[in-house]
Design a protein around this ligand. Structure first.
Ligand code: 5GP
Ligand code: MN
Length: 314
């Protein structure tokens, strides 16, 4: 899975784990970094190795690997410190992903950019292998979580009839969907809500002439509110709720580098935008990138970039 995994990366990986162990395989799930606390309810999440903090155990597992499944990312760089090791691995590499423009580092795989989530592709893979009967409640919970979060709770344009049919099938497997919503969205600490209030009040800029809203978060805010991995997830979506806004950006100083998140409505392509200006990528309406400049310089570069895209933002 990709670094700082979200519910789709973790859910896809753990769903595949719960499928493959039933087929008698010896499976290890590795995350390049730690993952947010709000994903700890996922069945067997306690078995996931964090490549950063459990380096030796992860390296030992990688030494014996026959099949390497690469889930929810399109190029090895998204696995951070694991990337050079994965590139050199002799194992057969299988990509299952829905991001645009995958790199040719993989031997086999599914790259379906029309899929709403990688979780959907894991579901369809299991079904196509004739193993629908092996989809148990644990798999259903993991796949639901990944799809729910990647579709913004089933509201983005990617939420197809195919997605709803899968969800119906998962409910037939005993899925209690309201529990998943509570586990993910009603499981934060007070400080996160206060941080959101503070950010909306003090860190938001709206450029009506470019139909763009942006939030730039200094590292001192992350410290002040004692934010943990995953606490800023979803924040960028608030900006899209302003009438007329087509592009939303969240720019966060993570101390070592500045990370950017982009969301758009309609025909503004943030995959291309992130690639062109901020060494990133992702999907047409949701993407991310990075910058080695300071928060202020990155913010100014962003403003210049939207000026250059004035026509497309109308
Ligand atoms: P988020 O804003 O939630 O971190 O990411 C939105 C989407 O863009 C996700 O699908 C994520 O995988 C992708 N993404 C985020 N950051 C990067 C990046 O630095 N590079 C690339 N290629 N994709 C990214
Ligand atoms: Mn995904």
């Amino acid at each position: 899975m990709h670094q700082k995994p979200d519910a789709d990366a973790m859910g896809s990986s753990l769903a595949l784990y719960h499928y493959l162990i039933q087929k008698g395989h010896d499976v290890t799930v590795i995350s390049p970094t730690n993952f947010p606390d709000f994903l700890k309810w996922m069945p067997s999440s306690e078995l996931v190795l964090d490549f950063e903090s459990m380096h030796e155990k992860s390296m030992a597992a990688l030494q014996h690997v026959d099949l390497l499944f690469c889930l929810d990312f399109n190029h090895m760089g998204r696995t951070k410190n694991m990337a050079p090791i994965l590139e050199d691995l002799k194992a057969v590499k299988i990509l299952i992903d829905h991001h645009l423009e995958p790199q040719p580092s993989f031997d086999y795989g599914v790259s379906d950019t029309t899929a709403a989530a990688t979780a959907q592709l894991i579901f369809e893979t299991i079904v196509k292998l004739g193993d629908t009967d092996l989809i148990n409640e644990a798999i259903a919970q993991c796949l639901y979580a990944g799809t729910m979060t990647d579709t913004g709770s089933f509201r983005f344009a990617s939420t197809s009839a195919r997605v709803h049919r899968m969800i119906a099938d998962l409910m037939d497997k005993g899925l209690k969907h309201e529990i998943i919503h509570q586990n993910i969205y009603d499981n934060f600490l007070e400080n996160r809500l206060r941080f959101i209030g503070h950010s909306l009040l003090n860190r938001m800029d709206v450029f009506y002439e470019y139909n763009t809203a942006v939030m730039a978060i200094p590292y001192t805010d992350l410290k002040k509110f004692d934010l943990q991995t995953g606490d800023t997830e979803g924040l960028v979506n608030f900006l899209l709720s302003i009438q007329g806004i087509k592009l939303a950006a969240l720019i966060i100083d993570r101390n070592v580098e500045v990370k950017l998140s982009f969301r758009s409505k309609g025909n503004f392509d943030v995959n291309t935008f992130a690639r062109k200006y901020f060494e990133g990528g992702g999907h047409f309406n949701a993407s991310g990138g990075r910058s080695s400049d300071s928060l202020e310089v990155t913010f100014n570069r962003f403003v210049k970039a939207i000026e250059e895209n004035e026509d497309a933002l109308q």
